[in-house]
Ligand binder design. Structure first.
Ligand SMILES: [Zn+2]
Length: 412
């Protein structure tokens, strides 16, 4: 074990540093890093002898970005789920290796990966990154989709007599007790959180995003059972009813929240539940539709949802609902999540709020505020930097110039 006193000391000199907790910008900051943690931050701090000094005086430093809704472990996502059947699970996870690197090099030092077609592939990827075998973000993974049969998280569209391998339907559950059984299996497999789906989906064959999936009772079973293992639950939900059921069941976040109504917004605010609204990826769904790569039924599901989601995002921000940054990475190419920041500002956030959604808020949603999400003593040394002032031009976050994770530099 490397103890802090003997660990490699690195010092970052930051011209500007965004304090996401205070919502302010500090200047001329010295950030002292020992091993994988930040041990001191301040103006005019002495530079420890023998420290490796990195000069970022011309840059703005901020905490490593966190994307709370990714599918990094799904391999090459080309729009058609059936293509998953052309590959083994090993091929898919190996295809995911460059996805992980792209996420990290674009400034996302942490991701919450919220489901895979091939169950537990995400655990393999997470563990390989943690061992240092491959390069990628710190991953928090779901292991599988907890879904009703034929639901948003199911593999659908094949003939009823086609038998899929176990990993394509690992998370299927059709009663409160089946939900509990699946949560127990996933907890035992080592997941970091549980992903349920409480409405239909856009990118699933035979699904209707306006529908409701799971009963309130089943969702409550998921939240209660997950809590026994210290796990939080996020719920995919497009429809107003699916969103409200999940809110009432006490999930930690609603994913997409596309058709959230006023009652849903009030409930989310009152209960302090995060919304994780992927308002950029509509651009990619439509673009890939124009190129003929998105299946026609997916484009039909998607019609009008994109615009509604953006207006509801604006309403939720205005109402003061807690917002976390999630892009559904995989729908848009891995490594382009930063493009969502400009859309969040376009639809009502201040640049500081957009940055907080991907740092302090995201860390809070993960239950990791003491370790992630701010440049403070005791946190992991996950830091990024951009040239210029992202509070004046939020699109600078699409072009992160410096990336450090765990005290190690991955891009400079
Ligand atoms: Zn997703």
């Amino acid at each position: 074990m490397l103890c802090a006193a003997h660990a490699q000391v690195t010092v970052l000199k930051a011209g500007k540093l965004i304090d996401v907790d205070a919502g302010t910008v500090l200047t001329d900051q010295v950030i002292v890093i020992r091993g994988d943690k930040i041990t001191d931050v301040g103006k005019g701090l002495p530079i420890p002898a023998g420290a490796n000094v990195i000069d970022l005086m011309k840059m703005t430093v901020l905490p490593g970005l966190i994307d709370c809704h990714t599918h990094v472990a799904d391999g090459k996502n080309d729009g058609e789920p059936f293509n998953q059947l052309r590959k083994t699970a090993s091929q898919v996870v190996l295809e995911s290796v460059p996805n992980a690197r792209r996420m990290l090099e674009s400034g996302f030092t942490t991701v919450r990966d919220v489901g895979v077609y091939r169950a537990l592939n995400d655990i393999a990827l997470r563990d390989a990154i943690n061992r240092g075998d491959i390069i990628g973000p710190r991953m928090f993974v779901a292991g599988a989709y907890v879904t009703i049969t034929g639901g948003a998280g199911a593999f659908t569209g094949q003939a009823p007599d086609v038998q899929l391998t176990w990993d394509f339907h690992y998370g299927e559950a059709n009663s409160p007790w089946e939900v509990r059984a699946v949560v127990r299996k996933l907890a035992h497999a080592g997941v970091d959180h549980i992903k349920v789906l409480s409405s239909g989906a856009v990118l699933t064959h035979g699904s209707d995003p306006n529908s409701q999936e799971f009963t309130l009772e089943e969702l409550q079973a998921a939240v209660d059972e997950a809590s026994h293992f210290g796990l939080r639950v996020e719920s995919h939900a497009h429809s107003a009813a699916g969103i409200k059921n999940a809110l009432r069941a006490g999930v930690a976040s609603i994913e997409h929240a596309t058709l959230i109504d006023d009652e849903g917004i009030a409930l989310a605010k009152q209960r302090g539940i995060y919304l994780d609204m992927d308002i950029y990826d509509e651009e990619c769904i439509q673009e890939s539709g124009r190129l003929g790569n998105t299946p026609k039924d997916f484009l039909e599901h998607d019609a009008e949802l994109g615009a509604a989601q953006r207006e509801n995002f604006r309403k939720a921000v205005k109402a003061g609902v807690k917002m976390a940054f999630g892009t559904d990475a995989g729908v848009c190419p891995y490594g382009t999540s930063g493009k969502q920041f400009a859309f969040m500002v376009k639809y009502g956030m201040t640049p500081m709020q957009a940055i907080q959604s991907a740092t302090s808020n995201a860390a809070d949603l993960l239950g990791k505020s003491k370790l992630l999400g701010a440049v403070k003593s005791g946190r992991y040394a996950d830091l990024v930097a951009v040239e210029g002032d992202p509070l004046a031009d939020i699109s600078l976050l699409e072009n992160v110039r410096f990336v450090m994770k765990d005290g190690k530099v991955y891009k400079h």
